[in-house]
Design a protein. Structure first.
Lengths: 101, 663
């Protein structure tokens, strides 16, 4: 009945790992942001897989919520990056370490 | 009812305090004389009301002379209830009469004395009125707690007034000394009060009203009564300057002279005498306490008199004579002659206020000079002061016919013949009387006779005091002469009005008042032997006292008028005795060594040892520990987003691992 489920989940895990690695290694703020989107996509995939396996719509509902949040986040995030770039001339996240002692 | 006006007596001075205390600066700027009109007017009105009530009281039958006026409830806590209530009876009216009367005269005198004190005139009168308020509260209160309020109030006012010229450090220290010494006494007084409350409360009587306490005192065990009486008496020794706590009074002369007259001669120091007399029921129940009062009084009378012999400061001599006279009063109380003690309080307040005010005139005339060695020859220049002061001196030494004679003689006679009296007490009293005669006349001779030893600069300014100062002197001089005639003893053909007037209160021990008021008659019996004594012994003792007093006067005359080299020869012949007396028996030094220094080193230890090292150390090292932690760990907050992300990740791994393997 759920032949492809483990495949979907494996793909999801791989995508999540790629996203995570990207977040902690890349320096360009936009790339880091894209990696976060990859992680969200991986989680969405897992939701859909479980939803299908359990024959329930709850997972699908979650996915829609996540996508809505991701959209909002992208809008705000990009706006912040534009402003940062205008102000400092760079969006290298190593430069933005003001939140410290 | 006329007696319901009693609340006016303390209220007038209180109003004076509020007006002068809050608006005084402005009033003084506008019109300086308005300040003293307010202050003197307040006390004068109090005196007037007291006089009216006094006359009313005299109109009643002796056994009806008790009225209790409850103004409002002060403290209500469960069964325990204290009201601001005033008691009108012979004793409280007797005290209130001379407190307000003499107080009024001293207020008037202060006008002349303090007039030149710029900018602080209103403050002086505000303090003086506050003092009157406290003292009136003290004597009129119908319960222990309200009386204690007044008791503390006079202590505070004496502090404020002694250190009135506080810009001089010595004055500030004198004020502190008075306050702290009084505090020591008040502590014991408060202990006695608490003992009384708790133990009477144990018998179901949650009241501090004098009448309730006294009518139920028989419930307490004799030992407890003795303890309470002794604790109270310790409080009285501070307030009334007796051994061991008399040391503050001579130093209290640092204040303005009218203050010395008001507080340290006529009123505040009599609070202790008043209190013991008020509690005569309690004291009568304890022979030991009575004995202690009598012996302490007698010893104080003698000790202070010996010190006064050698003092050169005119006010110090008077201060020690006050201590000595207070000793007489306590001796009288201690031998059971409460009325005689109170009678001496009255006469003493007249002549001692007079003497102090005269000395104030002298000091005023000599531009602040207080050393008698720099005085002399003032007789012609200040005749009114001279004559009034001589009257005061004759009164204090007990010259026959003047007020001091009757009261002192009464005490000496009771010390000899009273139920607790003895020959030794009488002898000490007579010795002190002889010394009193000597040092008082020494003062007169040194101040008013012979050549003037003041500097030329000072001599030019010598003048008789203004009317506001001399008129009170004359009034008090008249009172010093005739004030004694209200208590002429029966042996001299008088009827001892004062004693009979006070009888309803003092006679509480005999159960007179309480049986009439429906309370239980008290068991204690005051022996009636006094009245059955033949007058013959009394005459002889009286004569002996007079002779000894005259010997003292004669001795002073020889030493300071005839052979004026004698004092120096005497002091050179007995240098150790002279130095001992001049240095006041080294009592201050003794206290310094035995009490103050140990206390100071304990405090030092508690400060530098316990407080700084232990308590501060504990607090500071706790703070230091967390400071170190913060410094060490703050580097983990790098502000780098990706590091934070890594730490999230590690956290997630840990959580996942925990849920997978540990559960």
């Amino acid at each position: 009945m759920n032949d492809y489920q483990s495949t979907y989940l494996a793909l999801s895990a791989i995508l999540f790992a790629i996203g995570t690695l990207g977040v902690i290694t890349r320096k360009d703020a936009i790339v880091v942001f894209l990696c976060i989107e990859i992680m969200l996509g991986a989680v969405n995939l897992a939701f859909v897989a479980f939803s299908r396996a359990n024959q329930s719509a709850e997972g699908l509902f979650m996915v829609i919520c996540v996508m809505a949040v991701a959209g909002a986040e992208a809008a705000i995030g990009l706006a912040i990056f534009v402003l940062l770039y205008r102000k400092t001339g760079t969006i290298n996240i190593d430069k933005f370490n003001l939140l410290k002692w | 009812m006329m007696f319901d006006l009693v609340w006016l007596i303390p209220t007038f001075p209180l109003a004076g305090v509020l007006i002068n205390g809050l608006l005084g600066r402005r009033i003084e700027e506008k019109s300086k004389s308005l300040v003293h009109w307010i202050a003197c007017g307040a006390v004068g009105l109090s005196f007037l009301v007291t006089l009216i009530l006094f006359v009313q009281l005299l109109g009643l039958a002796p056994e009806k002379r008790l009225y209790d006026f409850t103004w409002f409830t002060w403290i209500a806590s469960g069964d325990f209830n204290v009201s601001v209530a005033y008691q009108i009876d012979p004793l409280s009216m007797f005290m209130c009469m001379f407190v307000t009367g003499v107080g009024f005269l001293i207020h008037v005198y202060s006008i002349g004395y303090m007039w030149h004190d710029e900018g602080r005139y209103y403050r002086y009168f505000a303090y003086l009125n506050l003092f009157m308020f406290s003292m009136i509260t003290l004597v009129l209160a119908d319960n222990f707690l309200l009386m204690f309020l007044g008791w503390e109030g006079v202590g505070v006012c004496s502090y404020l007034l002694i250190s009135f010229w506080f810009s001089d450090l010595a004055n500030a220290i004198a004020g502190k000394k008075a306050f702290i010494t009084n505090r020591v006494g008040d502590f014991f007084f408060a202990l006695g009060l608490l003992l009384l409350v708790t133990h009477l409360g144990g018998h179901g009587i949650w009241s501090l009203k004098f009448s309730d306490v006294f009518s139920n005192a028989y419930l307490l065990s004799p030992n407890l009564i003795t303890l309470i009486c002794l604790l109270f008496f310790l409080g009285c020794t501070a307030k009334s300057a007796q051994i061991p706590l008399y040391i503050w009074l001579p130093d209290a002369m640092a204040g303005p002279t009218p203050v010395s007259a008001l507080i340290h001669a006529a009123t505040m120091v009599t609070a202790g005498v008043y209190f013991v007399a008020r509690c005569n029921v309690l004291y009568s129940m304890s022979t030991l306490a009575m004995g202690v009062v009598a012996v302490v009084g007698a010893l104080t009378a003698l000790l202070a008199a010996t010190i006064a012999l050698t003092q050169n400061d005119i006010k110090k001599v008077l201060a020690y004579s006050t201590v000595s006279q207070l000793g007489y009063m306590f001796m009288g109380l201690g031998v059971g002659a409460f009325a005689a003690g109170l009678f001496h309080v009255l006469t003493h307040s007249f002549f001692k206020a007079l003497l102090f005010m005269c000395s104030g005139c002298v000091i005023h005339a000599l531009s602040g000079e207080q050393d008698m060695r720099n005085m002399g020859g003032l007789r012609e220049k200040m005749p009114i002061t001279f004559y009034t002061m001589v009257i005061g001196t004759l009164a204090i030494v007990g010259f026959p016919g003047l007020s001091g004679f009757f009261s002192k003689d009464e005490i000496l006679w009771k010390a000899f013949s009273g139920e607790h009296g003895s020959f030794i007490l009488w002898l000490i009293g007579v010795l002190a009387a002889a010394m009193t005669a000597f040092y008082m006349f020494r003062l007169i001779f040194m101040t008013f006779f012979n050549e003037c030893r003041a500097s030329e600069e000072v001599k030019k300014h010598i003048h008789e005091a203004p009317k506001t100062m001399t008129v009170p002197l004359m009034i008090l001089a008249v009172l010093s002469i005739f004030g004694g005639y209200i208590g002429v003893p029966e042996s001299l053909g008088g009827s001892n009005l004062a004693e009979h007037f006070l009888d309803p209160v003092i006679g509480l021990g005999k159960g007179k008042l309480f049986s009439s008021a429906g309370g239980p008659a008290l068991i204690h019996k005051v022996s009636e032997t006094v009245e059955h004594h033949s007058f013959e012994i009394e005459y002889w003792l009286m004569l002996l006292t007079i002779v000894i007093v005259f010997a003292g006067i004669l001795f002073a005359y020889t030493m300071y008028m005839k052979k004026r080299s004698m004092p120096e020869a005497l002091s050179a012949a007995n240098p150790s005795v002279y130095r001992l007396l001049l240095n006041k028996w080294y009592v201050d030094e003794l206290y310094e060594k035995t009490v103050i220094n140990p206390l100071r080193s304990i405090s030092q230890f508690l400060w530098k040892g316990i407080d700084v090292v232990v308590i501060d150390g504990l607090v500071n090292s706790t703070a230091g520990f967390f400071m170190k932690c913060g410094v060490t760990w703050k580097v983990s907050q790098s502000g780098n987003v990706q590091r934070y992300a890594v730490s999230f990740l590690v956290g997630v791994f840990v959580l996942v691992a925990y849920y997978m393997y540990m559960r």
